[in-house]
Design a protein around this ligand. Sequence first.
Ligand SMILES: [Mg+2]
Length: 323
Amino acid sequence: MVIQDILFEVKKFRFEEPMKIAFATIVDMETCIIKVITDEGITGYGEAAPFPYVTGDNLETVVSVGKDLRKSLIGIDPRSIGAIHRVMDSMYAGNTAIKAGIDIACYDIASKSAGVPLYKYLGGNDPHILSDVTIGIDEPERMAESAMSWVRKGFSIIKVKLGEDIETDAARIRAIREAVGDEISIRIDANQGWSVRDTVRISRVLDELGVELIEQPVQACDFEGLAEIRRRSDVVIAADESCHSIYDASRLAAMRAVDVVNIKLMKCGGIYNAIKISAICEAAGIRCMIGCMGESTLANLVGMHFAAATDNIRDVDLILYIY
Ligand SMILES: [Mg+2]
């Protein structure tokens, strides 16, 4: 089986409500659906959802780099996923969204040709997973209302975006905790919005409020800051924007900088690299989360298959209210 063609289709999705995070307010998402066509009649579907703030690419680069990669990938067996990545990495550094889109489509072909769902193809057994739901930054009362509406829909884990001044951020979590009660898990994501000092201070309050995890409190490049926070805080510390690659994962592990790494297919270039990052983390005692950045249901379902197949993916963060 070989790749005969790769097609790119641009799509736009709107959020039901704007999603405010520490460094941006996101109203809609542009994404690119990838179709990899083979000579044996199997078509693989993938998605490349660039998120310029984090991955440095955009829809134009996704399509133009994708069309360039297409020329070199035609004729290769899509199930030879290592070879596919070697070709892509030899032509372009970075550009992880388009690499993820092609990777996902190739895994789709491989699992379809094996006649099993993707999670089984990846070695999984049980398809059940439990995802949190994400709430954007807003006034404390509105965030508490939003959290309650998700709890009423059956969600038991709420992920809250923070990363502004720590007094208001603490008030946000206080309001949410009061609204949802003690049984609901709350994790927070500061999206690089705090300093080390701020994080250590607010983490004491968050710990008292039963917050289970603080994600990416400080700048992506500040591995030393993450390590210092982890030493000085009782709350579990997670890296998101700090971890794009196997090299980041390896450094975070060596520095004992975090307890959790949030893997995202669009950040790391797809399932092939996500498996490696998870393995590095597992060996270092770091548990992993699978997250998203506003992909459509296609890529998020792939994330769910990956989670169902991977023992070290303990947390799933794949529900954003997009339509
Ligand atoms: Mg995050």
